[in-house]
Design a protein around this ligand. Structure first.
Ligand code: NCD
Length: 441
């Protein structure tokens, strides 16, 4: 079975550890791996701008002895003539290339590509959703500098709403038992679906952080601290539900993702410089950034030994070498793949509501993609989009077999068979689809 890398959770913790060992070797002797991908071709399909990600993927493939075909600007390809993502990846993946690296502005695009392509798909960023290969670069850099990940205190700051890098990174840090501190810009908090996954999948519970501690790096601070619930960490707590962090291991800064802002959204002019990091708490704090930076990090930090961002970018090549070799099946990591997720109830089909996220791939390519949701709870009925993960809260829930609808929090919803569930955003939509209210003809 092919392996795709759509989400950071497509790699098990054992595989990540094994990848790190390979990356060490590849970084130490970068020119000695030209046998690994001989005869294989990587296609870069980039529907959004990129410098480091695309070039490091391509450099990595060359270093492995493979070939590269590159559509650096898919907006100038047949996509501009209206070709769908599904059709593009079906042709390019298989007939032209053995592995695809895809960057796309729509959340969920990589999941769609992975379904349609017969070859492995690597998500090089799908909208504001995830960016798993950047996360491996970030984790590897932290690990290389600190020698461990478990127990580190890592701040994720800035635009946590639209930055896909911090979503994948937060999941991985939580899974690998690091502590995550969220310091978002006002209005750019971590999306609810990310927080839910942190809580439900990794058991990370948020704690409030002493607010005044972080004015220097966030301008203002409604900081949230996520920690795996382990007793010895209670020593970090100053009082119930309030946490003070004595020292920080890393401060991950993000660029305001202006290209995804909706009307009225504007990033605050927060800039981190040596002055902001002069306190004792920041003495050994690595400053990280996926790059490109705009104004968030002052150039006066570039020569500071705590700055890690250029090293992070340089490590993109050996990291992607290891990932490509692994996904092509040319490198055995000797680690277990992730356990399959427990099968949840799914709601599929055109009947009912569309995904509420306007930039979800199911809305942008709706002529062939049907909405698809995973049921989170039956009462009240809540769900999340299979592709972009955004929460879906229907007003009414219908039964496709009886053509009757109920309120989302009605007890009757529990009795509807999963395959008959239909989610409606409004009564008008339910009636327009030929459904009638329960109890009345
Ligand atoms: C990031 C991205 O594209 O999400 N860049 C990268 O891949 N290194 C970060 C950004 O654009 O801000």
């Amino acid at each position: 079975m092919k392996r795709d890398l759509v989400s950071i959770d497509d790699l098990s913790s054992g595989e990540i550890a094994a990848l790190f060992r390979t990356v060490d070797e590849m970084a130490a002797r970068p020119r000695e791996w030209t046998h690994l991908a001989q005869g294989a071709i990587l296609a870069s399909l980039f529907y959004e701008p990129s410098t480091r990600t695309r070039l490091s993927f391509e450099a990595a493939m060359h270093r492995l002895g493979g070939g590269v075909i590159s559509a650096a600007d898919m907006r100038s390809s047949s996509a501009a003539k209206g070709e769908t993502l599904a059709d593009t990846v079906r042709v390019v993946g298989g007939a032209y290339a053995d592995i695809l690296a895809l960057r796309h502005p729509a959340e969920g695009a990589a999941r769609v590509a992975a379904r349609y392509a017969s070859v492995p798909v690597v998500n090089a960023g799908d909208g504001s959703h995830e960016h798993p290969t950047q996360t491996i670069c970030d984790l590897y850099s932290l690990y290389a500098e600190k020698g461990r990940l478990e127990g580190l205190d890592v701040v994720l700051s800035g635009d946590l709403k639209y930055s896909r890098t911090v979503h994948s990174l937060a999941y991985a840090l939580a899974r690998l038992r690091a502590n995550v501190v969220l310091i978002p810009h006002r209005g750019f908090e971590m999306p609810e679906y990310v927080l839910r996954r942190l809580r439900e999948r990794y058991g990370n519970e948020p704690q409030r952080l002493e607010a005044d501690d972080f004015r220097s790096i966030a301008g203002r601070a409604d900081a949230v601290y996520f920690t795996p619930q382990r007793p010895h960490q209670l020593s970090l707590f100053t009082e119930a539900n309030r946490v003070a962090v004595a020292k920080l291991d890393a401060l991950y800064v993000t660029r305001p993702q202006q290209e995804r802002f909706t009307e009225g959204e504007a990033a605050p002019p927060v800039r981190i410089d040596r002055e902001a990091l002069s306190g004792a708490r920041f003495k050994d704090t690595f400053v990280m950034h996926p790059l490109p930076r705009v104004n968030e990090i002052s150039y006066d930090l570039d020569q500071d030994p705590r700055s890690l961002y250029f090293k992070q970018a340089a490590r993109g090549v050996p990291v992607r070498m290891a990932l490509l070799a692994f996904l092509l099946g040319r490198l055995d990591l000797g680690a277990e793949a992730p356990a399959p997720e427990p099968t949840a109830e799914a709601v599929r089909g055109r009947l009912g509501m569309a995904c509420p996220n306007p930039t979800c791939i199911t809305n942008l390519e709706s002529h062939y993609l049907e909405p698809e949701y995973v049921v989170v709870s039956r009462s009240p009925l809540t769900a999340s989009c299979t592709f972009c993960e955004v929460a879906v809260a229907p007003v009414l829930v219908g039964c496709a077999s009886t053509r009757v609808f109920h309120r989302h929090n009605s007890g009757d919803v529990r009795r509807i068979k999963a395959e008959h569930l239909v989610l409606f955003a409004s009564e008008e939509q339910a009636r327009g689809s030929g459904f009638a209210a329960a109890g009345r003809p």
